[in-house]
Structures are given as structure tokens and as C-alpha cells.
Design a protein around this ligand. Structure first.
Ligand code: SF4
Ligand code: SF4
Length: 486
């Protein structure tokens, strides 16, 4: 916790420039963020609200009689929209994570930690909790005063309202999260009837407590000390990265503008001061959710939320100076944020991303919901000779990755007359993994090599286009037979 001595604006309204007054000397160990309006605050809300709605509502959408997104761990099935994935599809998850990480790196190289400032769940939930606190306890100064007050009815009333709502939001968040694994209707029914398992109550309680602690109490501490991403961001930045920065040349030397001076016209103010544009009001610090002073330069804690930009622009408007004393800019100041996209590093990142996304989409679109794996029987001889045929024995594993019962036909797909001597058609339940031995034979007089590559094919009986194949080796005493036949 910071023990920095903050300048406190004692005004209750942030809109009235006449009330920009400061009282020094308050030692804060808690970050009291000031309510602010502006472009970035609006942007954060417009990004956060749809994301929260998406998170909360997704499990309630029903597709094919089950939630649109359901991670059924006990059945090892992962339903995402119209598709069902199995543990065998883990490679897709790995791809997705790699793409997400790469996207994050690319965006960070371009515009810094905007993920943290605008769409990270920690930031969004903290934003929600601060909004509740603000509604129940008032703006920054009221909250500070309330915390300094001895306990009484007023404090009890306001604090109870804040913490009750925090707990309610935490419970809804926790319920939603667990519903992704349980199903929302079933979870609501079982939890209310006390029919859910102890494990389910444990997770509901744990996620509620974690949300309440993280967003209500820990807040910026998570970003500063727990999030590993803040530690590695500095190696991703280069001199073209857009970051939130204070214009030192324009702002310094900073200085407090007196109330009277602030109230004068813009010309009078400019004439009366040889100082830079920064009026040292500390609003940029007061709105900062991670409690840093951006005027001290770029710091690893900065989550690029842009609130200090909004705050400073408001102050600049009040003192009738141009906005943008704090702004998104790169070390190479020339050019817009878009021009920073067209540089070799970003082009390289974008192309790699496009390639990975293309491969991922293609894998999803051409994914066959049927798996086949063929293993040669290790305990057996390489081959057996029966009548006039050479026989190889294998173990085949067939996985039905659909949510319906399927009849699967097995065959050997090669030009030579290989024949499958067992288990031509098998029936599999949804998600069933069937293991069975198969025998493949070849007439002796057709043998050409001591080992040949064959493909075992599995296809759904009434949908032959849904087929999977697996390569294996067919072993035979080729040389001896050939010699004998000569
Ligand atoms: S310094 Fe500005 S951009 Fe960075 S976290 Fe604080 S308010 Fe957000
Ligand atoms: S908000 Fe702007 S004017 Fe006020 S202290 Fe920060 S940089 Fe200076």
C-alpha cells in the first residue's frame, strides 16, 4: 500500500472549475479514485458492459438442448456453440491460447497495455465495484471522509450497502462461472434445493470470496504485484509503441494555479503565469486506478486505461488550454496511432497472426468428429500365415466425437487387395472410445515388400464423407515368398 501524500480536492463536484482547491497532508493507504468523465471512461464502459453481458448471458442461451457453452468435465465434453470438443481436441485449445497470447503481444507492441486497461476481467470487475462504492458512499472526497468518520448509523448504512452489493455481484459472477461447468438451470435448481455436491458449494463459495477480495479489496495490488504480464510488458515495448505519456516539455515547470487565477479569462491566466501547462492539480493521480503519477514517466504499473488523459483534458478545458497534455503517444512522436501499425514488426506480427488464425479456422471447419488410432500388437509375431494369406493383427481405437449414436464402418484403403477379417461395422455411443482388435490379410501371391504402408479407414455408415484414416505398416515375408514364387 502506498503511503504517498496526496493532494486532496475538497470540492464535491468535479465539474465546477471554481472548486478546484487542494488540501495537502492526507496520508492515504487506500486508493480513492475520483469520478471522471471523458472519452476513455466512456470507451471503457462501452467495452466492459457488452463483455460482462456476454459472460453472464452466454450459459443461458440454449443450443441443441444444452447451454451454448458448457464444459462438462465429468463427461469430458466441451460444448461451444454448435460444436462439441473432446480431450483429443486439446490441440485446438493450445492453438487458441497461442493465438490469444500472440494477439496480446502484438497489441502491446502497438498500443501498450490496453488489454489491462479496457478488457481485463480484474479491471472490469474493479471498475464495477468502484461504481457501486461511488453510488453508495459518494465521490472520492465523501468516501475519504466516510472512512475517517467514527462508526455510526450513517457509516454503517453506507458501508453495508456497498459490501452487500459487492457480495451480490461476486455471487452472480461466481454462479455464472460455475454454470459454465454445470449448466445454469441445473445449478440454480440444485443449489437452491441444497442438492448440489459439496464440491459445487465449495467452488461457489471460493469464486465469490475471490471476486469480492480481488475487486473489492486488492484491486490495483493484483495488477501491480500479482499479474505476471506487467513484468514482461517492458520487453515488448519499443520506441514506436503508443503509451500514455505526459508531455514534459509542455507541462513543466508545473505549478498550482490559484482559485482566482483559474477563474480569470484564459488570456489573463496565460499572462499571469510563466509556468508550464500543468497546474499541478493532481487530478491525473486521483483518477488513476493503480495509484501512480504519470508525470514521473512511464511506469510498469500503468495499465493504459487513459483515465488520467480524461482528467487532464477536463482540467485543461477549465484553465482554457489545449487538451492532450497527457495523451497516447510514442517516442517517435510523428504520425498517428494507425501509422504505427505499418511498421515491419507489426506487419510481421499481423502476418503471423493471420496465418495462425487461418490454420486454426481451417482446422475447426474441416474437423472430423471421428477419431481412429491404429497400434500394431506388440505381443504378437510380426505376421501370421493362414491358408494362402498373410495376416497382421492391430488394436484399433475409434472415438465417436459426436453427440449421437453412430455406426462406423472400418476398411483398409489401399490399391492392393488387403482385407479386413473382423469388426467391419461397430456401433458407438456419443463420445465413446472403442478399443478392438482387427486382422488385416493379404494373399501370399500379392506380397511385394516385407513391409508396406496401409491406411485403416473409419467412416460413419450413412455419412461416408465423415471419415478418419490412420497410417500403419503391414508386415510380410516378402523376399522369401518372392524367391519361392520365381
Ligand atoms: S497512469 Fe493513467 S493510464 Fe496509467 S493506469 Fe494511471 S490513469 Fe491509467
Ligand atoms: S491533471 Fe494535468 S494539469 Fe493536473 S496535475 Fe495532472 S498533468 Fe498536471
Amino acid at each position: 500500500m502506498s503511503d504517498r501524500i496526496h493532494a486532496i480536492n475538497v470540492s464535491s463536484s468535479s465539474d465546477d472549475s471554481s472548486q478546484v482547491r487542494y488540501v495537502d497532508g492526507y496520508v492515504s493507504s487506500k486508493v480513492y479514485t475520483r469520478r471522471i468523465r471523458g472519452l476513455f471512461q466512456r470507451l471503457r464502459r462501452r467495452i466492459a458492459i457488452p463483455l460482462v453481458m456476454l459472460f453472464v448471458l452466454t450459459p443461458w442461451f440454449i443450443i441443441d438442448g444444452r447451454p451454448a457453452m458448457l464444459f462438462d468435465l465429468s463427461a469430458q465434453k466441451f460444448h461451444v456453440l454448435w460444436m462439441t470438443f473432446w480431450p483429443q481436441d486439446g490441440i485446438l485449445l493450445a492453438w487458441l491460447l497461442i493465438i490469444a497470447a500472440f494477439l496480446l503481444f502484438a497489441v502491446t507492441v502497438w498500443i501498450g497495455r490496453v488489454w489491462c486497461g479496457f478488457s481485463c476481467p480484474q479491471t472490469i470487475w474493479t471498475q464495477m465495484f468502484i461504481w457501486i462504492e461511488d453510488k453508495c458512499e459518494g465521490d472520492r472526497n465523501r468516501r475519504m471522509k466516510l472512512d475517517q468518520m467514527p462508526w455510526g448509523w450513517e457509516k454503517l448504512r453506507r458501508k453495508s450497502a456497498t459490501h452487500s452489493l459487492w457480495l451480490l455481484v461476486s455471487l452472480i459472477s461466481s454462479f455464472t462461472f460455475v454454470a459454465y461447468f454445470y449448466g445454469p438451470v441445473e445449478l440454480l435448481r440444485d443449489a437452491l434445493r441444497f442438492e448440489a455436491s459439496l464440491e459445487t458449494y465449495f467452488w461457489l463459495f471460493t469464486f465469490t470470496a475471490m471476486t469480492y477480495l480481488n475487486a473489492g479489496w486488492l484491486r490495483e495490488q493484483v495488477c501491480k504485484y500479482m499479474c505476471p504480464y506487467s513484468r514482461i510488458q517492458s520487453v515488448m515495448y519499443d520506441s514506436d509503441t503508443f503509451v500514455v505519456a505526459y508531455d514534459q516539455e509542455r507541462g513543466e515547470p508545473r505549478g498550482v494555479v490559484t482559485k482566482n487565477a483559474t477563474l480569470k479569462s484564459g488570456e489573463a491566466l496565460a499572462a499571469s503565469s510563466a509556468k508550464g501547462d500543468c497546474v499541478d492539480c493532481s487530478w491525473c493521480v486521483q483518477v488513476c486506478p493503480v495509484d501512480i503519477d504519470i508525470r514521473e514517466g512511464l511506469q510498469p504499473e500503468c495499465i493504459a486505461c487513459g483515465l488520467c488523459i480524461d482528467a487532464c483534458d477536463m482540467v485543461m478545458e477549465k484553465v482554457q488550454k489545449p487538451s492532450g497534455l497527457i495523451r497516447f503517444q510514442s517516442e517517435h512522436v510523428k504520425g498517428s496511432i494507425w501509422s504505427r501499425l505499418a511498421r515491419p514488426r507489426m506487419i510481421g506480427y499481423s502476418m503471423a497472426l493471420l496465418l495462425m488464425m487461418g490454420v486454426f479456422s481451417n482446422t475447426i471447419l474441416t474437423r472430423v468428429p471421428l477419431g481412429v488410432d491404429v497400434i500394431r500388437d506388440r505381443g504378437m509375431h510380426l505376421y501370421r500365415v493362414r491358408n494362402d494369406r498373410i495376416e497382421n493383427v492391430y488394436t484399433v481405437k475409434i472415438k465417436n466425437m459426436e453427440t449421437q449414436i453412430n455406426r462406423v464402418v472400418l476398411s483398409v484403403a489401399e490399391g492392393a487387395p488387403y482385407r479386413l477379417r473382423s469388426h467391419r461395422v461397430v456401433e458407438l455411443d456419443p463420445g465413446e472410445l472403442l478399443t478392438l482388435p482387427i486382422r488385416v490379410t493379404l494373399p501370399k501371391d500379392q506380397v511385394q515388400f516385407s513391409q508396406s504402408t496401409i491406411h485403416v479407414v473409419a467412416e460413419i455408415l450413412d455419412r461416408p464423407e465423415t471419415r478418419a484414416r490412420q497410417k500403419t505398416l503391414f508386415m510380410a515375408p516378402a523376399m522369401r515368398l518372392k524367391l519361392a514364387g520365381q
